[in-house]
Design a protein around this ligand. Structure first.
Ligand code: IDP
Ligand code: MG
Length: 132
């Protein structure tokens, strides 16, 4: 069965939205097969966000992602990688429609509640990165 890496970001935890977001994932019918709370190091974040390291918002992204603990998960289901991206909504805050997690809860494009792998290749790498 397909697996993806999902991470509830520090704003999700700080705003008391863990239950709400986990419940949406479960209600969709996906299965949470691993879950842990952790605080991320700058080293792992520089790897995880290497594709945006040249962007102006990168220093702010590092500070945000280290501002508190995250909840890391492996989520399993048919077509779960693309499916979770649809449940999450797109990166751009304005494009994230109501009914999606980001559309309902994200205040901005930077502070956007949740991460989900964007392809089978990245899912495999990210599951290894955060779960070994
Ligand atoms: P994704 O999280 O939807 O896959 P990516 O393009 O991989 O989006 O970007 C990683 C993270 O960097 C985003 O989730 C968001 O927190 C931050 N980010 C991306 N684009 C912007 C932007 O234009 N302004 C501020 N932060 C951004
Ligand atoms: Mg991404």
């Amino acid at each position: 069965m397909e697996r993806t890496y999902i991470m509830l970001k520090p704003d999700c935890v700080q705003r008391g939205l863990i239950g709400e977001v986990v419940s949406r994932i479960e209600h969709k019918g996906y299965k949470i097969v691993e879950m842990k709370m952790m605080t991320l190091s700058e080293k792992v974040l520089r790897e995880h966000y290497a594709h945006v390291a040249d962007m102006g918002f990168f220093p702010e992204l590092l500070d945000y992602m280290m501002s508190g603990p995250v909840v890391a998960m492996i989520v399993e289901g048919e077509g779960v990688i693309a499916g979770m991206r649809r449940v999450m909504g797109p990166t751009n805050n304005f494009d994230a429609a109501p009914g999606t997690i980001r559309g309902d809860f994200a205040c901005s494009t930077s502070f956007n509640i949740i991460h989900g792998s964007d392809s089978p290749e990245t899912a495999e790498i990210e599951i290894k990165r955060f779960f070994g």
